[in-house]
Each structure stands twice: as structure tokens, then as C-alpha cells.
Write a protein that binds this ligand. Structure first.
Ligand code: SF4
Length: 207
């Protein structure tokens, strides 16, 4: 929990200015669609920071909860605000990431959807001896992508991580490509090699 909070405030200060740009389009989008942004300051701030990092890393405003899939059509649909909003509001009360919900959503419904999201992402990670195996997570039925995906597993592992390197096993080439982009953006060393039916990525950090 403490590492999560450190990561939250680090991103909050890093993206404080850039988040203002996110806030502007979010307000316009909400007004046009009779939605509101998550009323929890922490949730909304975290999602805006994630949007900023997605944009800074991949050059496009992808959903803060899913890494790019490599499928151009799907990735287009996943630009925030994504094409799944209405459908997910009907199912969860909010969009998948609990950024947007209808203006009349109750406090309890916001809390329930935010908790659903946290439960989805705060699952035990398969990490042993400096190797994080990201495979085997449940799949999101709309996007056909894992929850949490490799990128989110790596990012949360690195919150408070003290090691000088981390090996990450990913299933798909696109996940390795995304980790390479993240490494470039964050200034990590990056290497990858094919292993039995998967890819092993090595991330290295300056001491
Ligand atoms: S689920 Fe919500 S936050 Fe994610 S892309 Fe769709 S609208 Fe944006």
C-alpha cells in the first residue's frame, strides 16, 4: 500500500501540468454526454496521470487500463474515451476504468465500480527470484486483453522495487514491444529473448 501511495504521488507531481490538458477534454466530453468524472480525487487523479503517461509513452491517448494491443482497429477503439463506454456503463455503472459514469450515479455505485476495478488490478503477481511471469491473467471480454495486462503488472511491481533488474515473461510480441517503449520513456535498459513459447524481457535500472 505504501509503495502504491509513493507511486501515486510521484506520478501526480510528474504529470500535474499535463493532467490539466486531460481535465479540459474530460470536462467537455462529460458535458456533451451527461457524464461525470469519478468523484474520488485519488481515482480521478490516478487515471489522469495514467492517461498522461500513455500519451507520453505511446504518442496516443490510449485507455489508462489497457496497453496497446497491436491490432490497429482495436487500438483505435481503445483511445480514451473508448468505444466501450456505453456498454460498460450498462454493465458496471461506469466505464471499465471508472473514469466516466452517468451524472445521476450514486456515491455507492461509484464506490462499487471503483472497488471492482481495484480488485481486478490488485491480484497477486507471479514473481519469483526477480522474474515476473505476466501470463495467465483473466481476459477482458470486450477487448480480448488480459487484466491486469503485462504493462500494468510491471508498473505496479516497480513501485518501490529495489532490485537493479527485473525479468518479465510475456506471452505476445506486442507486450514486449510495449515494454520496450516504456523502457525508452522511463530510461530503463531493455533486452529481450525468445524462450520456450514466450518472450523474456530484461529491464535494467540505474542505481
Ligand atoms: S474505459 Fe474509460 S478510461 Fe478507459 S478508455 Fe474507455 S472511457 Fe477511457
Amino acid at each position: 500500500m505504501i509503495n502504491m501511495m509513493i507511486g501515486f504521488f510521484k506520478d501526480y507531481f510528474k504529470f500535474k501540468e499535463a493532467a490539466k490538458k486531460q481535465q479540459r477534454w474530460i470536462e467537455k466530453y462529460c458535458e456533451k454526454n451527461n457524464y461525470v468524472m469519478n468523484p474520488s480525487w485519488m481515482m480521478a487523479t490516478n487515471l489522469k496521470s495514467n492517461l498522461c503517461e500513455m500519451e507520453a509513452t505511446f504518442g496516443k491517448r490510449y485507455c489508462p487500463c489497457f496497453e496497446p494491443s497491436g491490432d490497429k482497429e482495436l487500438d483505435k477503439k481503445m483511445m480514451c474515451p473508448c468505444e466501450f463506454v456505453e456498454d460498460e456503463i450498462a454493465e458496471y455503472g461506469t466505464c471499465h476504468c471508472a473514469l466516466f459514469g452517468p451524472a445521476d450515479l450514486s456515491k455507492e455505485q461509484w464506490k462499487a465500480s471503483s472497488q471492482r476495478l481495484m480488485d481486478e488490478y490488485q491480484v497477486p503477481k507471479n514473481i519469483k527470484d526477480g522474474v515476473l511471469d505476466t501470463r495467465g491473467m483473466i481476459m477482458d471480454p470486450r477487448r480480448g486483453l488480459p487484466i491486469p495486462d503485462a504493462m500494468h503488472q510491471v508498473k505496479s511491481t516497480l513501485n518501490g522495487y529495489k532490485g537493479k533488474s527485473l525479468k518479465v515473461i510475456v506471452e505476445r510480441e506486442q507486450e514486449a514491444i510495449n515494454l520496450k517503449e516504456i523502457a525508452a520513456y522511463r530510461g530503463y535498459g531493455f533486452a529481450q529473448e525468445a524462450i520456450d513459447g514466450a518472450i523474456e524481457v530484461a529491464l535494467t535500472f540505474e542505481s
